[in-house]
Write a protein that binds this ligand. Structure first.
Ligand SMILES: NC(=O)c1ccc[n+]([C@@H]2O[C@H](COP(=O)([O-])OP(=O)(O)OC[C@H]3O[C@@H](n4cnc5c(N)ncnc54)[C@H](OP(=O)(O)O)[C@@H]3O)[C@@H](O)[C@H]2O)c1
Length: 321
C-alpha cells in the first residue's frame, strides 16, 4: 500500500490532519506581529535580501506599519517585483529599491554612499540576505564567497551606516543568524577561503557564528549611543535558501516543510520582534530564538575576547577596500 492509498483511509487522513494541526499550533511564536500595534511612521528601515523569502515579509511588515522601506537587493527585476507586491499589499508608496551585491565590497560601499546621500535618518537595519551551500569561489576582493555574502558584506554595510543610525537614535540593527551557528567554528583563515571543508551547510555554519560574535561586539561598542544590535534565528523556514543544494535534499525539505517548517511569513516573526517590539527598547547584544524568546547562543558566540579579535580582523579586512 502506498502513502496515498493510506491517506485515502478516513482514519489515517483524520490522524494526519490532526498531526498537522498540532505541529502548526506548536510552532506559533509567543509574540504575534499582527497583534503588535507599534507604528513606524516617520521611520526609515533597510532590509537586505528583501525580494524573497523571510526578507520580503519583514519589509512587508515595516511597510504596513508606515515606515519608509528600502529594499536592498542585488537583482533589479526581482527587487522591482517585490516592491510592487509590497506597495500593492500594504498601500504604502514610500518603498524604494536600491541595488547591492553583498558579496562585493565595492558594491556595498556604493550602496552605503547613496544611502548616506539620500537618507536623512535610518532607524532600522535588518541584515537578512544570506546564502547557503555555495561551491567554493574567491571574490575579486579575495574573500570566500559565502563569508563575503553572509558576514563581511553585511559587516561593512553596518559599519558604513553606523553614524547615520547614531544620529537617528533610537535605532536598531537586527542580523539574521541561524541555530546552525552552533555547528560553526572560528578560524580566521576561512575568510580567505583557506582550511575550509565544503559540503551541505558546513561553510554556512561558520558564517552564521561570525554573525553573532560580531553583533555582540558591535553591541558592546554601541553602548550609550541609543543604537542596539541583536541577532536572531528565524526558525527552519520554507524559502529558497536551499537553492544551491542537490535536488533530493530540496525535495525532502519541501516534503517535510508543510508539517514541520515555518512559512516565510512565520519566519519573519523573530526579526520583526527585535526590530519593533517596545519591550526590547534598549536590549542589545542578545540572541533570539525563532519563537522570539531570548536564548543563549553557543559558547564561542559568548566569548568576549574572541569577539574583540573577530571584529578587529573584519574591520581590517573590509577597511582596506
Ligand atoms: N530558511 C531557513 O530555514 C533559515 C534558517 C536559519 C537562518 N536563515 C537566514 O535567514 C536569512 C534569509 O534567508 P531566506 O531563508 O529568506 O532565504 P532566501 O529566500 O534564499 O533569501 C535570501 C535573500 O538574500 C539575497 N542575497 C543572496 N545573496 C546576495 C548577495 N550577494 N547580495 C545581496 N543579496 C543577496 C537573495 O537575493 P536573490 O533572490 O537575488 O538570490 C534573497 O533575497 C538568511 O540570512 C538565512 O541564512 C534562514
Amino acid at each position: 500500500m502506498c502513502l496515498l492509498d493510506l491517506l485515502r483511509q478516513p482514519a489515517w487522513a483524520i490522524l494526519s490532519l490532526l498531526l498537522a494541526m498540532v505541529v502548526r499550533l506548536q510552532r506559533r511564536p509567543r509574540w504575534d506581529p499582527q497583534a503588535c500595534r507599534v507604528k513606524l511612521n516617520g521611520k526609515t528601515a533597510i532590509v537586505t535580501g528583501a525580494n524573497s523569502g523571510i526578507g520580503m515579509y519583514i519589509a512587508m511588515d515595516f511597510a504596513r506599519r508606515g515606515a519608509r522601506v528600502i529594499l536592498a537587493c542585488r537583482n533589479e527585476s526581482l527587487g522591482m517585483a517585490a516592491l510592487k507586491e509590497i506597495t500593492k499589499t500594504t498601500g504604502n508608496t514610500d518603498i524604494h529599491l536600491r541595488l547591492v551585491d553583498l558579496s562585493c565590497m565595492d558594491s556595498v560601499s556604493n550602496f552605503a554612499t547613496r544611502i548616506l546621500e539620500e537618507e536623512k535618518a535610518l532607524h532600522i537595519l535588518v541584515n537578512n540576505a544570506g546564502v547557503s551551500g555555495l561551491p567554493r569561489q574567491i571574490t575579486k576582493d579575495g574573500f570566500e564567497v559565502s563569508f563575503a555574502t553572509n558576514h563581511l558584506g553585511p559587516f561593512l554595510l553596518t559599519n558604513l551606516l553606523l553614524d547615520l543610525m547614531k544620529r537617528s537614535a533610537p535605532a536598531r540593527i537586527v542580523t539574521l543568524s541561524s541555530v546552525n551557528h552552533k555547528k560553526g567554528q572560528v578560524d580566521f583563515s576561512h575568510f580567505r577561503g583557506e582550511n575550509l571543508v565544503y559540503g551541505m551547510d558546513k561553510v554556512y555554519n561558520h558564517t552564521k557564528l561570525h554573525n553573532i560574535i560580531c553583533t555582540n561586539e558591535l553591541a558592546r561598542r554601541l553602548q550609550g549611543t541609543g543604537v542596539t544590535a541583536n541577532s536572531v534565528h528565524p526558525g527552519i523556514v520554507k524559502t529558497g535558501v536551499l537553492r544551491h543544494y542537490p535536488f533530493w535534499i530540496r525535495y525532502c525539505f519541501n516534503l517535510l516543510a508543510f508539517f514541520f517548517f515555518k512559512t516565510a511569513e512565520e519566519g519573519a516573526c523573530s526579526t520583526i520582534y527585535c526590530a519593533v517590539a517596545e519591550e526590547l527598547e534598549g536590549v542589545t547584544g542578545k540572541y533570539f530564538d525563532s519563537d522570539c524568546s531570548l536564548v543563549l547562543p553557543a559558547p564561542l558566540a559568548r566569548d568576549a575576547a574572541l569577539a574583540v579579535k573577530d571584529f578587529e580582523i573584519c574591520e581590517r579586512l573590509t577597511s582596506k577596500l
